[in-house]
Design a protein around this ligand. Structure first.
Ligand SMILES: Nc1nc2c(c(=O)[nH]1)N[C@H]1C(S)=C(S)[C@@H](COP(=O)(O)O)O[C@H]1N2
Ligand SMILES: [Mo]
Length: 398
């Protein structure tokens, strides 16, 4: 998107939206008032929530396979000036900062020579996924269920790249900046940091491939950060600057945004340098699941039907998925499908025999290998993060 297009298009596009959208069955609950279907270059139709910056979510049927196709993978940006592909041709990443022994600047070819490539299959999920389903309503991008996707990410371990710069012993955080920027200088640039311990974790990558292809333009071409198990806010796209920090990153996107009340959500790793008395940065993904083959209100055969879906968490893997058709009194275990790794979507399926015609309610709950279970009730928090309430689906047997 070029600067002049953005400015010229801004007013025209806002007015035309709602009427088209409201009865499109592809639009998930919680987004129907504001969304419509739309496409970005290189992408098939996605659910368009805003176009400047582009915020497009993945429709439900794209989750019927445990790997989310690149051309249906959601897109989220905070800032509207996104570099064009040709502007990224001479792209380099600069690594330095007070915690670095030396500054280095590397091309993609340099990165690819550091070590044999590493692939991790992992869910990239926006912290605000399902915010549109919060009741009471919380302001922000009103995502439905599709601000997430699961892909095979290939690249180099971040720790092997940091070693090129040399990590001094007083380094506490590693910060990332991308090549996108704000239209107006008053908007703070999007910079995110992670604790050093998470940066040198063997699964944290700088990735240039997604599902065996170069990263799509809108998913961070040519290089993005991949922090498996952590929400996507840290997965910096078009990353061109990496800073080894000896003091906490203080910008708006760390200090004010992406925070949750302290201790409210369990995590395996603290972010000690960013904690306050009241809150802490959002980090690890919560255990969750989604029915992918049925939507509320659809007709199903009274003689029996399958419920299929996916389950995932922040890196323990899925122990079980259970389904209840009696409002939570009894639960039956679904059959788990292919295991693509602890950070990935885990497919599951369950046969239901309604026995009689009429509405059938199905509740689905996933449990992680750490014993964490989806929330029975929404855990309210000011920014509308971590919606992992047990899904209740109602279909009609006939
Ligand atoms: N450069 C850059 N990287 C970014 C962002 C951004 O606005 N700019 N948003 C982050 C957030 S909040 C999310 S949810 C993911 C979305 O990744 P995707 O667009 O590839 O789906 O990118 C992350 N990385
Ligand atoms: Mo996000």
């Amino acid at each position: 998107m070029r600067r002049r297009e953005i400015l010229a298009g801004a007013t025209l596009l806002v007015a035309a939206r709602p009427a088209l959208a409201q009865f499109d069955p592809r639009l998930p609950a919680g987004t129907r008032e504001i969304a419509r279907m739309g496409a970005l270059p290189g992408k098939r139709q996605l659910i368009e929530l805003t176009d400047r910056p582009p915020n497009f979510e993945t429709p439900l049927d794209a989750f019927r396979t445990p790997i989310t196709p690149n051309d249906r993978f959601f897109v989220r940006y905070h800032l509207a000036l996104i570099p064009e592909m040709d502007e990224l041709r001479d792209w380099r990443v600069a690594i330095g900062g007070p915690g670095a022994e030396r500054s280095v600047t590397l091309s993609l070819a340099d990165l690819q020579r550091i070590a044999p490539p590493v692939t991790v299959t992992a869910v990239c999920q926006c912290s605000g996924n399902r915010r549109g389903l919060f009741q009471p309503h919380v302001p922000g991008v009103e995502w439905g269920i599709g601000a997430m996707g699961n892909a095979r990410w290939t690249g180099v371990r971040l720790r092997d790249v940091l070693a090129r710069a040399g990590v001094k012993s007083d380094t506490i955080e590693v910060a990332f900046d991308g090549a996108d920027g704000p239209i107006v200088p008053e908007t703070p640039d999007f910079v995110k940091s992670i604790p050093l311990a998470r940066a040198i974790h063997s699964d944290t990558l700088l990735a240039w491939e997604m599902n065996g292809q170069p990263l799509p333009h809108f998913n961070g071409f040519p290089l993005r950060v991949v922090v498996p198990g952590w929400t996507a806010t840290y997965w910096m796209k078009h990353v061109n600057r990496i800073e080894l920090r000896t003091a906490p990153e203080e910008n708006f996107w760390m200090k004010a945004a992406y925070r949750v009340p302290r201790g409210l959500f369990p995590t395996d790793m603290d972010f000690p340098t960013q904690m306050t008395q009241a809150n802490e940065p959002i980090t690890q993904i919560m255990v969750n699941s989604l029915v992918t083959n049925l939507q509320d209100g659809v007709r199903v055969p009274v003689g029996g039907f399958d419920i299929e879906g996916i389950a995932w968490d922040g890196g323990h893997g899925i122990r079980s998925v259970e389904v209840s058709t009696d409002r939570g009194e009894t639960w039956q275990r679904a059959r788990l499908g292919q295991d693509l790794g602890v950070y990935a979507f885990r497919p599951w399926t369950m046969r239901v025999q309604p026995g009689r015609a009429g509405p059938v309610q199905a509740m689905v709950r996933a449990t992680s290998n750490a014993g964490q279970v989806q929330a029975a009730r929404l855990v309210p928090n000011p920014a509308g993060y971590h919606h992992n309430v047990i899904q209740t689906l109602e279909v009609i047997a006939s």
